[in-house]
Design a protein around this ligand. Structure first.
Ligand code: HEM
Ligand SMILES: *[C@@H]1O[C@H](CO)[C@@H](O)[C@H](O)[C@H]1NC(C)=O
Ligand SMILES: *[C@@H]1O[C@H](CO)[C@@H](O)[C@H](O)[C@H]1NC(C)=O
Ligand SMILES: *[C@@H]1O[C@H](CO)[C@@H](O)[C@H](O)[C@H]1NC(C)=O
Ligand SMILES: *[C@@H]1O[C@H](CO)[C@@H](O)[C@H](O)[C@H]1NC(C)=O
Ligand SMILES: *[C@@H]1O[C@H](CO)[C@@H](O)[C@H](O)[C@H]1NC(C)=O
Ligand SMILES: *[C@@H]1O[C@H](CO)[C@@H](O)[C@H](O)[C@H]1NC(C)=O
Ligand SMILES: *[C@@H]1O[C@H](CO)[C@@H](O)[C@H](O)[C@H]1NC(C)=O
Ligand SMILES: *[C@@H]1O[C@H](CO)[C@@H](O)[C@H](O)[C@H]1NC(C)=O
Ligand SMILES: *[C@@H]1O[C@H](CO)[C@@H](O)[C@H](O)[C@H]1NC(C)=O
Ligand SMILES: *[C@@H]1O[C@H](CO)[C@@H](O)[C@H](O)[C@H]1NC(C)=O
Length: 331
C-alpha cells in the first residue's frame, strides 16, 4: 500500500468512526442479545398470563406504548408517578382514569431486574409489551427495535397537547401525527389498533346526543349501531361505562376495524373520520384496502409501529435505565 492510499484509508476510518459515534445511535432488534437474551420471552409470558386474566389487557398495554411515544418520545415517561420532581402524565385528562396496565409493566420490570439488573429500559419494556400484545391478540409479529433509554422527566403539558383527542377533526389528527414524524399512512394504519380495547361513554356521548353543537346524533353513525350505543350510554348517564372499540370481534386483533368503518360503525369520531363512505380520498382508499386484505393491514401495522417506536428515542448515554419504572433513579 502506498503511503498516499494509506493516509486516505486512515482519514476514511477516522471519518467513519467519528460519523458513527457522532450521530445518534440507532435502535436495533439485537440490543439485549448478550446482556438479557430472554427479555422478549419473559415479556411475552407475562403478557400472556395477564391476557388470560383480563382479555382487555393487550389493548391497554398497546395504548401505553402509544401514549409514551407521543409525549417526549418513547422514554417511559408515561410510567412515572408523582414525586418531588415529577408531575405525572398519568393525571393528564387523556390518561386519567383511562390508561391501564401499569401493574403488568411493574411485574415485567421486577422479573427482568432480577435476571439482568440495570440493563433493560422501561421504554423498551413498553415496546416489547406492545408487540407481544398485538401478537397474542391474533395480530402481526415484528422484530421490536430496542436500545431506548429512560427519560428523567415527565411532561404533563405534552400529555395534554400532543395526544390525539377523539373529538379532533381530521386535520388536527394529521398535524399531531406529523408533529412526531408520522405521516397519513401511519395515522390510518395505527388507528387500526382500535380493533381491540374499550372506550368510555364520555368519549362518544357528543356523537350520540349533541354532535358538533347540533343537538343531534352524528349523521355518520350507522342507525342500528347508534341505537346500540345509546342503550349502553344513556344521555346524562355514567360516562365511565365502557364500549367495545370494535363491535364485531372486540378482543381479536384483525382487520374488522376497517370493515366497521365502511359500515359507519367506527366508535370514535376520530375513527369514522378516516373513512368517508363513497369517497376516494387517500384515507378511505387505504382503509378500503385494509378492509379487504388483512395481510396488507398487518404488514403496514408492523411498519408503522416501528415508526412510532422510533419517536424521540434516547440512546447511548442519554437518560438512564430506571430501576423502578415509576420512579427516576436516585442520584
Ligand atoms: C388517531 C388518534 C387516536 C385517538 C383520537 C385515540 C383515542 C382513543 C380513546 C378516546 C380511547 C378510549 C379511552 C377511554 O375511554 O378510556 C382509545 C383507546 C385505545 N387506543 Fe386510541 N386513539 C388514537 C390512536 C391510537 C393509536 C395510534 C393506538 C396504538 C397504536 C391506539 C390504541 C388504543 C387502544 C388499544 C385502546 C383501548 C385501550 C384499552 O382498552 O385499555 N390508539 N383511544
Ligand atoms: C445495536 O445497537 C447497539 C447500540 O447502538 C450496538 O452496540 C450494537 O452493535 C448494535 N447491533 C447491531 C447488530 O447493529
Ligand atoms: C427463557 O426462559 C424460559 C423459562 O425459564 C426458558 O424455558 C427458555 O428456554 C429461556 N429461553 C432462552 C433463550 O434462554
Ligand atoms: C399528582 O400531583 C398533582 C399536582 O399536585 C395532583 O393534582 C394529582 O392528584 C397527583 N396525583 C396523584 C396520583 O397523587
Ligand atoms: C413538553 O411538551 C411540550 C409540547 O410538546 C413541549 O413544547 C415542551 O417543550 C415539553 N417540555 C419539556 C420540558 O420537554
Ligand atoms: C408514509 O411513510 C411510509 C414510510 O414509513 C411510506 O411508505 C408511505 O408511502 C408514506 N405515506 C405517505 C402518505 O406519505
Ligand atoms: C361543525 O359545524 C361547523 C359550523 O358550525 C361546520 O363548519 C363544520 O363543517 C361542522 N363539522 C362537521 C364534522 O359536521
Ligand atoms: C360509574 O360506573 C363506575 C364503574 O362502572 C362506578 O365505579 C362509578 O361509581 C359510577 N359513577 C356513577 C356516578 O354512578
Ligand atoms: C349498518 O350496519 C349494518 C351491520 O353491520 C350493515 O349491514 C349496514 O350496511 C350498515 N349501514 C350503513 C348505512 O352503513
Ligand atoms: C375519485 O378520484 C378521481 C381523481 O382524484 C376523481 O376524478 C373522481 O371524481 C373521484 N371519484 C369519487 C367517487 O369521488
Ligand atoms: C394483500 O396484501 C398483500 C401485502 O401487501 C399482498 O401481497 C397481496 O397480494 C394482497 N392480496 C390481494 C388479494 O390483493
Amino acid at each position: 500500500m502506498s503511503s498516499c492510499s494509506f493516509s486516505v484509508a486512515i482519514v476514511l476510518v477516522t471519518f467513519l468512526a467519528f460519523h458513527f459515534h457522532g450521530s445518534r445511535a440507532q435502535l436495533n432488534s439485537t440490543f439485549y442479545d448478550t446482556t438479557c437474551p430472554n427479555v422478549s420471552y419473559i415479556v411475552q409470558r407475562i403478557v400472556e398470563v395477564a391476557q388470560s386474566k383480563d382479555p382487555r389487557m393487550p389493548a391497554s398495554l398497546l395504548r401505553l406504548h402509544f401514549h409514551d411515544c407521543f409525549v417526549n418520545g418513547c422514554d417511559g415517561s408515561v410510567l412515572l408517578d408523582n414525586s418531588t420532581t415529577i408531575l405525572s402524565e398519568k393525571d393528564a385528562p387523556p390518561n386519567s382514569n383511562s390508561l391501564r396496565g401499569f401493574e403488568v409493566i411493574d411485574v415485567v420490570k421486577t422479573v427482568v431486574e432480577y435476571l439482568c439488573p440495570g440493563v433493560v429500559s422501561c421504554a423498551d419494556i413498553l415496546a416489547l409489551a406492545a408487540e407481544a400484545s398485538v401478537s397474542l391478540a391474533g395480530g402481526p409479529s415484528w422484530a421490536v427495535q430496542l436500545g431506548r433509554r429512560d427519560g428523567t422527566t415527565a411532561n404533563f403539558t405534552g400529555a395534554n397537547t400532543n395526544l390525539p383527542s377523539p373529538f379532533d377533526p381530521i386535520d388536527v389528527l394529521k398535524a399531531k401525527f406529523a408533529a412526531v414524524g408520522l405521516n397519513d399512512t401511519d395515522l390510518v394504519t395505527l388507528s387500526g389498533a382500535h380493533t381491540i380495547g374499550r372506550a368510555r361513554c364520555g368519549a362518544i356521548s357528543d356523537r350520540l346526543y349533541n354532535f358538533n353543537g347540533t343537538m343531534m346524533a352524528d349523521p355518520a353513525l350507522n342507525a342500528s349501531y347508534l341505537a346500540t350505543l345509546e342503550a349502553n350510554c344513556p344521555n346524562g348517564g355514567n360516562e365511565t361505562t365502557i364500549n367495545n372499540l370494535d363491535l364485531t370481534t372486540p378482543d381479536s386483533f384483525d382487520n374488522s376495524y376497517y370493515i366497521n368503518l365502511a359500515n359507519s360503525e367506527g366508535l370514535l369520531r376520530s375513527d369514522q373520520e378516516l373513512y368517508s363512505v363513497g369517497s376516494n380520498d387517500s384515507f378511505t382508499l387505504t382503509a378500503g384496502i385494509y378492509a379487504s386484505n388483512q395481510t396488507a393491514f398487518f404488514e403496514s401495522f408492523a411498519l408503522s409501529m416501528i415508526n412510532m417506536g422510533n419517536i424521540g428515542a434516547l440512546t447511548g448515554t442519554d437518560g438512564e435505565i430506571r430501576t423502578n419504572c415509576r420512579l427516576v433513579n436516585a442520584n
